[in-house]
Structures are given as structure tokens and as C-alpha cells.
Design a protein around this ligand. Sequence first.
Ligand SMILES: Nc1ncnc2c1ncn2[C@@H]1O[C@H](COP(=O)(O)OP(=O)(O)OP(=O)(O)O)[C@@H](O)[C@H]1O
Ligand SMILES: [Mg+2]
Length: 511
Amino acid sequence: MQNKCAIELKNIRKTFGPVVANDEINLQINRGEILCLLGENGSGKTTLMNMLSGIYQPDGGEIYKDDQQIAIKSPKDAYDYGIGMIHQHYHLVDVFTAAQNIILGLENEKMDINAVNDKVKAICDKYGFNVDPKKKIYDMSVSQKQTIEIVKVLYRGAEILILDEPTAVLTPQETDKLFAVLRNMKKDNKAIILITHKLAEVLDVSDKVAILRKGRYIGTVNTKEATAQSLTDMMVGHSVKLNIDRPVYPNPQDKLQISGLTVVDNDGVRKLDNVTFTAKTGEILGVAGIAGSGQKELLEAITGLYPIKEGSIKFIRDDGAQEELVGKTPMQIRQVGVGMGFVPEDRLGMGLVGSMGMTSNMMLRSWKSGKSIFFNKKNPEELANKVWKDLEVVTPSTEFPVRRMSGGNIQKVLVGREIASNPPVLLTAYAVRGLDINTSYAIYNLLTEQKMNGSAVMYVGEELDVLLELCDRIVVLCGGQVSGIVDARTTTKEEIGLLMTSVGGKEATNE
Ligand SMILES: Nc1ncnc2c1ncn2[C@@H]1O[C@H](COP(=O)(O)OP(=O)(O)OP(=O)(O)O)[C@@H](O)[C@H]1O
Ligand SMILES: [Mg+2]
């Protein structure tokens, strides 16, 4: 009979120069359980898990496996101890097949590929994955790539699996599938550690929750006895209000008029089909839809990144003059006053320079916006300080290289910079992905502040609860068409759910 406790951490400490990332951490990881690791951005979750996967060595403390003290000096050591980690950034070779990637780096790599395929298939059948071993990585979606990473770890015999924010890049449907797999692994007596900022997921899938705050271990609670509020309070250290104010702007004006917008992809598929709606000043206009319903194409079309087949996008100036955006370059559109704050899969690739600090990254944006009408006169230092303070960015200074910040803190700089640049039209997509709950609410408040300053804000998001609380109106997309435009104050989740899956249930109107 195996021990229930697979891994125990005692008094683990890790520093990076003056930064104490982990201090006196104690943690028990049990077999047959899903443990969520919860903590604000920069609280030390990834650092702690990197010590279990052999990427970092602790500066102090001990690690035990089945009551034996162990030293994990390399990722190979970690595998030998049965520990496998799925990182947020995947390490796959694009031109190789799934099977080739799964055996990559194994000593007996020259093994019979048919035998490999069989073993992969056996793993997939056992846990409920859907993988084609012969498919090349470059043909795969993000979620398929993640599956390969998980299978890779299982193939190496991992019995302790660590997943660092796996759901940040998944649609709700993909998340459900992943959780079904995790539950199967739990039944198979594996120990699973899951990092996620989404409290609904924590409450749904975990048995226990361990909480870190500012590098310190706060405690472990049984999920059954926890609520979103109790977890947030433990995480933040004081009581936090989890609701969104939705003030009414006195005099909304039309700001962005989209009519008959149609775009077609390389294969001739209509990604947007005759889309018509108006975004107004002083309002947050939500965009809802099942993933892949045209949200991405809509934002790209508005910002000049997607070729437009038909239709028009008019920006209405304060004096009422209209400016057609179709045909303009992305830079010209930005200069007219359409700002875009969204969360790319690769945060550092997206307009942030990793080696520079916050201030220099702010400068980058102001410089790019040139002498446009929304050129922000505040100096970059001031902007950096505002973002630092408003979003509580965890960094020793505004000069600290962005690359060394935690994932969520990089995200704060990216979104904060966009909001702080004050564009008349602010487009946001998945703005709170990877952000802790407290910061997510800070972002909702900043968006509401922008709205009350008279910006037209568009918010593309996945969580219906947030869309219903934050937005004034919601445009629902279904298969590239507008299936409805609803008043967020009076609609219901059910109504939006129905519109997300059917066009024609209700005529698309612009009111
Ligand atoms: N290589 C490094 N050099 C310097 N500081 C680092 C390094 N790696 C992490 N840190 C710091 O350690 C702290 C903890 O970071 P970590 O990435 O573990 O946080 P996290 O809890 O995973 O946050 P998030 O939710 O944003 O992913 C942060 O202050 C971060 O800036
Ligand atoms: Mg992290």
C-alpha cells in the first residue's frame, strides 16, 4: 500500500537577489487528490512548482517523497521521482509529430514507432484524451498541444502531475474536457497540483486548496468547506468586495458604427457575416459567443489586421464628423483613436520588450502613438507609476526587467498600459486571463472608469457572469453572425446561452 502523502515540502525558501519568492513553505501533496495552488500574481506559485520539477533549487528547506528526503537537481531527476510539470509555455517541436515529441529526449528513443503509438493510444484510452500520434504539432490547436504535453509527462511514468495555469488558454468547453481527464487521473491514484486563478474552477475540480500570499504559505483548506469569498480573503489577507459597480453614463453618443461587416478566411469561410452594431461612448459593450464565433476576427477587422470583404466601420468624432476605418492601416486606426488591450498567448511577443522595465515599455506605446489626438501627455514614468499602483504590480521597481516578473504581472503591464493611454475606443479581449481575482476586479473598475470618462469600451470575454455584471449591452455572436444585442441589466444567462447557439431566435437589432 502506497503512502497517501506523495510529496511533502518543509520550510522551502527561494530568493532571487533581493526578491523572496518563497519563504517557509510547507505543503503536502496527496495521491488520489486534486490540490489547487492559489495565490495572487507574484505570490510564488510557479517558483515553488519549478523546484519540484527540477528547474530551480531551493535555498533552504527539505523535500520528501514517501517520507524519504530527496534532492531534485534537474528535470530528469524530477521524472525519475515520478514528477512531471506542464508549463504554461510549451516545449514542443513544431515539425515533429505528436508521437515524436512524446518520446523526445528519452534514452531509448530509437524504439519502434508502432510500439510508441500503441503506448500513446493506451494512455489516451485510459484517461480519455483524444490524440492522433501522427499529427504534426504545427497543425494543432493550443488545447491539442497542451494534451500532448500531458501525455508526454504520463508517458514518462509521472504519478505526480503539476499543471501551471492550463486553463488560461482554453475555452470553457476545453476546460471541461481537461477536468474530466484530471478526474480520471485522480481515480487512478495520481497526485495532481493545479494552478488556476479562476475560483469557479477551483471550487469545481479540487479536493483541497493551498494558499500562498506574498511568497508565504497561508494554509490548506478542504474545498467543500470553502467559498469564492473565503478563498479570496485568505489569498489577499483582508476582506475583498467581489462585485462590480455599474454606473450609468448620462449622455451616450454613437462612437463606432459597424455595418454589414463581412470577412472571409483563406478557405473562403465567412468568419463574420453581415455584422452590424454600434458602440457608444460611456458604455461597456460586451461581446459574447462560443469560442471561435468570430470574436477574434471582429477585433482584428476593427483594428485593421484582418482583410475586410464588405461593410464599413465608421469612427464618429466628437464634432459628429465620420471617419471610415476600412482601408486604413493598423497604425492609422490607432492614431484615429482605437486602442486595443488584449491578451495574446505570448505576452512578451506582444509589444512588450522583456529586457526593459515598465517605464521604458510605457514610452514605447506613447512613442508609437506619435502625435495622434489621443497622445497621452503624461510622461511614461507617471504612467508606469499609475499602472504599478492601480494594479498592484509586483515588481521591485519600474525599471525591473518585465521578463523577470511573474506571468500575471506581465499581463498587468500590458493591459494597464493600454487602459492608461486613454483611447476614445478601447477594445479588450480576455483582459483578465491569468490575472488573480483581486486584480481582475481592479481591471473591471478601470474599464468602468474609462467608460465614465466617455470612452466606448468593448469587452470580449468568456465568463457570462462577468459580462452580465460589467457590461451595459451585450452583442452575441453565433457562427460569425450577430444573433442578438441585449441589455445586460435585464437579460439572463439563459437568454444569452440560447443566442450563442442559434441565430434567428431573435432578430439582430441595433438598440
Ligand atoms: N528568474 C527570476 N528572477 C527574478 N525574480 C523572479 C524570477 N522568477 C520569479 N521571480 C519573482 O518571484 C516572485 C514570484 O514569482 P512567480 O512567478 O512564482 O509568481 P506566481 O505566483 O506564479 O504569479 P502568477 O500568478 O502571476 O503566475 C515574483 O515577484 C517574481 O518577480
Ligand atoms: Mg505563475
